[in-house]
Design a protein around this ligand. Structure first.
Ligand code: UD1
Length: 355
């Protein structure tokens, strides 16, 4: 098969890694197009280096634009490259503007489209990510669902015929990376202090709904700064930008700030933490897989399994006492709602069967 993967934002480089390995191991041709949605070294190139991914065959360098302009630049920019390549699959990942832009280009050029992480829903139509997912699923010829719940969502939307339950490729990478950091500590950022394993919380905030309203962002930062446990805040560029705009100091009180990390650094940081406070989708699952409890600063989650199994609590209004919450006993579980680490293999199986 010839598969064209379109990626553009940090979580997609992570999902790309296990897929690339399986495609190459099975002798398929894998072409990588980068939209350039994320362009900082620490948001993009570090992952290509860390996972030994080849340099993308094309980079659209769209950069920072507002949502509509970004999607438009990606979809128009990909049309010609898509037409020039006879591919068995255009493979898109997750829920970003790059996902939808590439899906629109595949639709216009009439190329078979596969969506990895299909059927994931927050049911919050105000989220750009939710619109990106729903629209991409509607256009896809192959829907690769990461969980039973995602598969059920596709059934409910009448999309089951083209859907396969394959598991979550982030599980593949997370489990592999856990083994790696257990055997060899990654080189951590200079300002990372070695402390006892239970003495800090990891935090990330980057969603539009939490960062783009100054008073909401201030509420979150104050909440983290008030914590009686150290909070290590890994600062996404959107957070840095909005904090500057609203004149919110990020390194106050209990907060210590860190630049975006590599994947292995992040897994190491999370694995040794007392808990996670986040609005990221991927991190909620990674925390679960590492046995780290999570507080999600949102009204809803795409990963309700983490809540149902008792390892994640939604706290949109910053009400929880973090120290108390993370000191609870969390019931260990051997449930594997995100698969067992073979999702990339199953996803490639499905592409082979359907091509
Ligand atoms: C995007 C995805 C989100 C995903 C997240 C992971 C959409 C709608 N959202 O959100 O689903 O969880 O990526 O990070 O696609 N910026 C930089 N350097 C970079 C990249 C971005 O400074 O390398 C700045 C941009 O100027 C922009 C901000 O960060 O102001 C946000 O970037 P954007 O691509 O709009 O979305 P994310 O918030 O990263």
């Amino acid at each position: 098969m010839r598969v064209v993967s379109v990626v553009g934002a940090r979580p997609q480089f992570i999902k790309l890694a296990p897929i690339h390995r399986v495609l190459v191991a099975r002798g398929h041709e894998h072409i990588i197009f980068h939209t350039g949605q994320h362009y900082d070294q620490a948001m993009s190139q570090v992952f290509f280096d860390e996972f030994d991914l080849p340099t993308p065959d094309l980079n659209l360098n769209v950069g920072s634009l507002d949502r509509e302009a970004q999607i438009d630049a990606i979809s128009k920019g990909l049309e010609l490259p898509f037409t020039d390549i006879e591919s068995d699959w255009i493979l898109v990942y997750g829920d970003t503007n790059s996902t939808l832009g590439a899906a629109l280009a595949a639709e216009r050029t009439d190329l078979p489209l596969a969506h990895l992480e299909a059927g994931v829903r927050s049911f919050n139509h105000k989220m750009p990510e939710e619109l990106n997912r729903v629209l991409t699923d509607q256009m896809s010829d192959l829907l690769l669902a990461p969980t039973k719940i995602a598969f059920k969502n596709l059934q409910n939307e009448g999309l089951a015929t083209n859907a396969h339950l394959v598991g979550d490729v982030m599980t593949d990478l997370c489990l592999m990376s856990k083994q790696r950091v257990l055997t060899k500590k990654p080189s951590m950022p200079e300002n990372w202090r070695n402390t006892d394993s239970d003495s800090y919380i990891v935090a990330t905030v980057h969603r539009e709904s939490n960062t783009d309203d100054g008073s909401k962002l201030r509420e979150i930062i104050d909440y983290l700064a008030r914590s009686s446990v150290d909070v290590r805040l890994i600062v996404h560029p959107r957070l840095r930008d909005r904090a500057k705009k609203f004149e919110i100091k990020l390194d106050s009180g209990s907060l210590k700030i860190f630049e975006p990390m590599t994947y292995l650094q992040l897994i190491y940081a999370l694995h040794h933490s007392k808990g996670l406070v986040t609005d990221s989708g991927g991190l909620q699952k990674e925390a679960f897989l590492l046995g780290v409890p999570c507080v999600t600063l949102r009204n809803e989650t795409e990963w309700p399994e983490t809540v149902e199994l008792g390892w994640n609590e939604l706290d949109p209004n910053c009400n929880l006492d973090l120290e108390k919450y993370f000191s609870k006993i969390f019931e260990p579980t051997d449930a594997c709602p995100f698969g067992v680490g073979n999702a990339a293999k199953l996803a490639v199986d499905a592409m082979e069967i359907r091509s």
